[in-house]
Design a protein around this ligand. Structure first.
Ligand code: SAM
Length: 273
């Protein structure tokens, strides 16, 4: 894991995703987001970027940020972080586990999915709840980030997990986390847009922002699965989400909420598809 005090230098570029051959000095990673791309460096990179812009005038610098890594990942809690039956650590250490507890070793780097955010926590709680009743073998994790939900599913007993993310940096971070947790043979990482990547599975986990969910729920793609864990939206959006849920879905347990963020565990009723 990065040193919590390590300063991150983040540059926002307009002009789409820079070419894959981008090989700038001190570059930690590249994070594409709609029309913008964020470049993460461990050192100030103005000079490096100036020469990059001279060669690629189609890109321009729109904003820059500087913040310690601990602020980026909100690293304020003592380890292990405990969520339901999961104990989460960010670096290798020996942790005492009681019967039924599961260790997740997740180094988030600069990627979403450390376990601190209420949406991740809600999805982990929903996973734990579902696996206490049944053991879905095939799982699809859309918007995998650090891979935390995919890894949790694998450790709960899933035998085959497909994990999709748009961000190449998320995929490399998730790959390292799968390796750390001994589940790299179970989790298949797919770099791509979740709108085009819908492999068959029994359980679907999707923790992506509301704009994505809206389109996803509207086209009833969710009816292909047996169960679904849906997170990533605020409680103000819950009435809208309820309307968007296709008739095949039934809310399995009361909606989980933490700090205004909502997670739903859904059962799909095949006769209503
Ligand atoms: C809120 S994070 C969730 C990370 C992790 N699953 C968790 O629960 O903590 C959402 C992730 O979805 C990815 N994402 C956003 N839009 C996407 C899309 N259209 N297709 C695939 N991944 C997407 C982002 O890159 C980000 O890693």
């Amino acid at each position: 894991m990065l040193d919590p005090e390590q300063l991150l230098y983040v540059y926002e570029l307009k002009g789409g995703v820079p070419p894959p051959f981008l090989n700038l000095e001190g570059l930690l990673g590249v994070w594409p987001e709609a029309d913008y791309t964020y470049l993460f460096f461990t050192n100030p990179a103005e000079a490096t970027l100036q020469s990059f812009f001279r060669q690629h005038p189609e890109y321009s610098l729109t904003r820059r940020y500087q913040l310690p890594y601990k602020q980026w990942q909100q690293l304020t809690v003592q380890e292990p972080l405990v969520i339901d039956r999961f104990k989460i650590i960010t670096s290798k250490k020996s942790i005492k586990l009681s019967v039924g507890e599961i260790l997740l070793w997740i180094d988030p780097g600069v990627i979403f999915g450390s376990g601190l955010h209420p949406t991740t926590r809600g999805c982990l709680r929903a996973l734990s709840l579902l696996y206490s009743e049944t053991t879905p073998f095939k799982v699809l994790d859309l918007g995998t980030g650090t891979g935390i939900l995919a890894i949790a599913a694998a450790k709960l007993g899933a035998g085959q997990v497909d994990a999709v993310d748009l961000n190449p940096m998320a995929i490399s971070t998730a790959a390292a986390n799968c390796e750390r947790n001994g589940v790299k043979d179970v989790v298949r990482l797919i770099r791509g847009d979740a709108r085009d990547q819908l492999p068959e599975a029994e359980l679907l986990c999707v923790n992506i922002h509301f704009d994505f969910l809206e389109g996803f729920l509207r086209n009833s793609a969710i009816c292909r699965y047996r169960w679904a864990i849906v997170g990533g939206f605020l409680k103000e959006k819950l009435p809208e989400v309820r309307v968007l849920l296709p008739p095949c879905t039934k809310i399995k347990v009361p909606v989980l909420q933490e700090k205004g963020w909502v997670t739903m565990l859904l059962e799909i009723q095949k006769e209503k598809v």
